[in-house]
Design a protein around this ligand. Structure first.
Ligand code: NAP
Length: 311
């Protein structure tokens, strides 16, 4: 698979990464053996970037990813995140970051975190103090590269002035385009971009069902795209996108990932799937080329993304 460079500090990864949130939380029942097989299949097919976070099962997701990647450690880039609390608040106090980073290293079973992200800005802790703390880990060798997630322009600029930020991770897909005004800013600053939920949390996967079809603890039951007043309109958009994909001999998920790859040379989508076959299907997107006419057709079909917003 093609490589892409994120930022100006030497972080190079596969054009498509692997998002492991669903292996621990959010999308219904999990089968650890199948998740491990999916992670290893991604690596066999050329994926080098693997994404997790403290809050994906509060250690469970990191432990599973660490187990799956243990035999492959030297071949892969492992990214994790700190800064959320169990009640969905923020906690980026320096003492808390230190505790979380040490726990993440233990959970993942590694000596160095390749990419450490602040998961969300913390309104109670100045970003300069947060990045000042993250920088200490780079200096001590516990972390290689720094990232932010869902940060705005002012936060990114202030952070980057304390220590180079290599990557911003925010939601980006055909259904969620609100990050686009930030992309030229990132380019100017020499910061790469990781697109999370690139399949719109499964709405663009080809396997969407109405919200009642998901398990009680599946968070899509609360996402506005699935609300009854929006679901039909979003299904119609997906129907047109699927027709376009079919005409190109591709799946909807492949079209959606290829669209992101075509938006910029330093954009790396991180689709998630707990199933080896679905991983394989999705990664074929790296070989799908979209023409200017395809991109224009996608803009016509979904000019404002998904109806109802991501919540
Ligand atoms: N920074 C942040 O705040 C943040 C927030 C959310 C996510 N993330 C990261 O981004 C990664 C990806 O986002 P995501 O997992 O939310 O959503 P996603 O990649 O947009 O979609 C994942 C969903 O699509 C399904 N799926 C994937 N490929 C499929 C296929 N070919 N056919 C049918 N279904 C398919 C998956 O189910 P199966 O697993 O059953 O295949 C899963 O339910 C996460 O894993 C996480 O690492 C970061």
């Amino acid at each position: 698979m093609e490589s892409r460079t994120l930022g100006s500090q030497g972080l190079t990864v596969s054009a498509l990464g692997y998002g492991s949130m669903g292996t621990a939380v959010g999308y219904g029942p999990v089968d650890d053996a199948e998740s491990i097989a999916a992670i290893r299949r991604a690596h066999e097919l050329g994926v080098t970037l693997f994404d997790t976070a403290e809050m994906y099962g509060w250690g469970k997701g990191e432990r599973l990813l660490g187990r799956a990647l243990a035999p492959l450690r030297d071949d892969v880039v492992i990214a994790t995140k700190f800064g959320l609390t169990r009640s969905f608040g923020s906690d980026s106090r320096p003492e808390h970051i230190r505790e979380v980073v040490d726990a993440s290293l233990r959970n993942l079973g590694i000596d160095t975190i390749d990419v450490l992200y602040q998961h969300r800005p913390d309104p109670n802790v100045p970003i300069e103090d947060v990045v000042g703390t993250m920088k200490e880990f780079v200096e001590s060798g516990k972390v290689r590269f720094l990232g932010l997630s869902e940060a705005d322009e002012a936060t990114i600029r202030a952070a980057h002035a304390v220590h180079p930020i290599s990557v911003l991770q925010s939601e980006y897909s055909i259904f969620t385009r609100e990050v686009e005004p930030l992309l030229p800013v990132l380019e100017d600053l020499g910061i790469g971009f990781v697109a999370y939920s690139p399949l719109a949390r499964g709405f663009l996967s080809g396997a969407v069902v109405s919200r009642d079809g998901y398990e009680a603890n599946d968070f899509r039951r609360h996402v506005p795209w699935w609300a009854p007043e929006n679901f039909g309109g979003n299904r119609a958009i997906v129907g047109e996108l699927t027709d376009l994909a079919t005409r190109k001999g591709a799946t909807l998920a492949q079209l959606s990932l290829a669209w992101l790859l075509a938006r910029g040379g330093d954009i790396v989508p991180i689709p998630g799937s707990r199933n080896p076959l679905r991983v394989e299907q999705n990664l074929a997107a790296a070989d799908l080329t979209l023409t200017a006419a395809d991109l224009a057709a996608i803009d016509r079909i979904a000019p404002d993304g998904g109806i109802g917003g991501r919540g």
